[in-house]
Each structure stands twice: as C-alpha cells, then as structure tokens.
Design a protein around this ligand. Structure first.
Ligand code: NAD
Length: 240
C-alpha cells in the first residue's frame, strides 16, 4: 500500500492536468450514505427500490412519497466536506487539477472550494418550479411547510437533479469528455462505475495514468494503471 501511495504522490507532484472523476463514495466519509455499499441505501428496505423512488415517473405520480424519501435519505443537515474534497480543491488552487467531474448531487466539492466542477447529475442546491421555472434554494425546499414544496404560483418545486429515466445535460457531458480526453492523470474514486452514461465517459481518457481509488472492486480495476483499494479520505490524507 505504501508503495502505491508513493506512486500516486509522484503522479500528483509531476502533473498539471489532473482530472478527478468521482461518485457517492467520496462523500461517505462526510456522513452521506452511498447507494451500493453494505450500509448504502440499496441495502435498506423501502416499499419501492430507491431507483424506482428516484425516477421521473415516480416523482410525477407520487410527489409526496418521493419527497418523504428525498428529505429523509438525500437531504442531510450539517454535512461538511472531508479531506478528499479539500485536497482536490487545494490541487485546483495550486494549478495541478483542471476539473472535478462528479456524479454526486451534494455540492460538497464547491463547499470545499473547488470551482471547476462538472455536476453530471445536477445538484440538490438548485431547485425550480415545474410550472413557471422560478428558482428556489435548498433552504427554501427544506423549510417548506408542506412535504411537497410549492411555488408561489402553485406549481410543484423539483430539485435540479437527474432522476432515473431522465437524460444528462449535454453541456456537462461535452465538458466532461473534453476534460477527460485532455487529462494527464485521471483519478477515479468512490464510484461503483455501474451508472451509465456517466461511467462510460472514462473511455475518453487517452493517457497512461489512470488511478482508481475505491473501497470495493469495480469493473475497471483491470484497466487501472494504479489501483488503490481503500477509503478515499484515508488515501488522500497521505498526499501532498
Ligand atoms: P455507488 O453507491 O453505486 O457506489 C459507491 C462506491 O464507492 C462503491 O463502490 C463503494 O465501495 C465506494 N466507496 C464508498 N465509500 C468509500 C470511501 N470512503 N472511499 C472509497 N470508496 C468508497 O455510487 P455511484 O457510483 O456514485 O453511483 C450512484 C449514484 O447515486 C450516482 O449517480 C450519484 O449521483 C448518486 N448518489 C449521490 C450521493 C451524493 O451526492 N453524495 C449519495 C448517494 C448516491
């Protein structure tokens, strides 16, 4: 393990175009559960599976049930960025890292100070009325008196996140492809790499420094130039 950390240290030190691609595992050390770990949301029992409750058709048909689940399991109070988020923000400031591409919707990268962040699946921090498009903050949604937040026009407010059955933003995809294609080091961390099309974007990497940092095996382990099995916060805390 120590040797692998040394190798990663070396890559980070000599690089000026790191791109980071991450998922829910980046935020578990901040206290937000992921979907597929042992204590992740997919192992908990609900009336419907999470991918059903977080789908577009379920939201439209059962907004109240959607919001109960969403408030309970996706919106968390008092979460803070962890060392992985902070290290990435620091590398960006130092001119080493170009961009963070995340599947997360929690906004913790920006809270840590990252500026160039591609949010493939949107953000809980942006919300809008489905009828008149008026925008609302996360606080307004959290503090709404009813379970389903309503706009002043009466329309239902929804989070600007990509629900199952919905497409990704084209600009976000294009930027992610460009950055991945131009990266010298591509660090992939805290993601099971089973959610498409997000995971498919990694095929655009052309370099020979693909680093994978994950707690459990993924389908890309074989392709990694450097594979580190462990918690991303613990690994990143050892990096410059
Ligand atoms: P996932 O739940 O499918 O997989 C998480 C992966 O991270 C697993 O392989 C797990 O072993 C690993 N992991 C967990 N904790 C880790 C840690 N501390 N260090 C290293 N690895 C760790 O998550 P995914 O691949 O991102 O896909 C799930 C989808 O769910 C994404 O689209 C994402 O938008 C969404 N999601 C987001 C959040 C969030 O915003 N924080 C939370 C849950 C789910």
């Amino acid at each position: 393990m120590d040797e692998k950390i040394m190798q990663l240290k070396e890559m980070v030190s000599s690089s000026h175009r790191i791109v980071f691609f991450g998922g829910a595992g980046v935020s578990t050390e901040s206290g937000i559960p992921d979907f597929r770990s042992e204590d992740g949301l997919y192992r908990q029992k609900y009336r419907y599976p999470p991918e059903v409750m977080l789908s577009h058709s379920f939201f439209v048909a059962h907004p109240e049930e959607f919001y109960r689940f969403y408030r309970d399991k996706i919106l968390f109070d008092g979460v803070e960025p962890n060392i992985a988020h902070k290290k990435l923000a620091q590398w960006e400031k130092q001119g080493k890292l170009r961009t963070v591409i995340t599947q997360n919707i929690d906004g913790l990268h920006q809270m840590a100070g990252s500026r160039d962040v591609v949010e493939l699946h949107g953000s809980i921090h942006r919300n809008y009325c489905m009828h008149c498009k008026k925008t609302y903050t996360l606080e307004e949604v959290k503090n709404s008196p009813e379970v389903v937040p309503r706009c002043s026009c009466g329309g239902i407010i929804r989070p600007d996140v990509v629900l199952y059955e919905e497409g990704l933003d084209q600009n976000a995809i294009e930027k992610a492809v460009r950055e991945i294609a131009e990266a010298d080091v591509l660090i992939v961390g805290g993601t099971s790499l089973v959610v498409y099309p997000a995971a498919g974007l990694l095929q655009y990497y052309r370099g020979n420094k693909l680093v994978l940092v994950n707690k459990s095996p993924t389908g890309m382990d074989e392709q990694a130039d450097l594979l580190i099995t462990g918690k991303i916060g613990e690994v990143f805390s050892q990096l410059p």
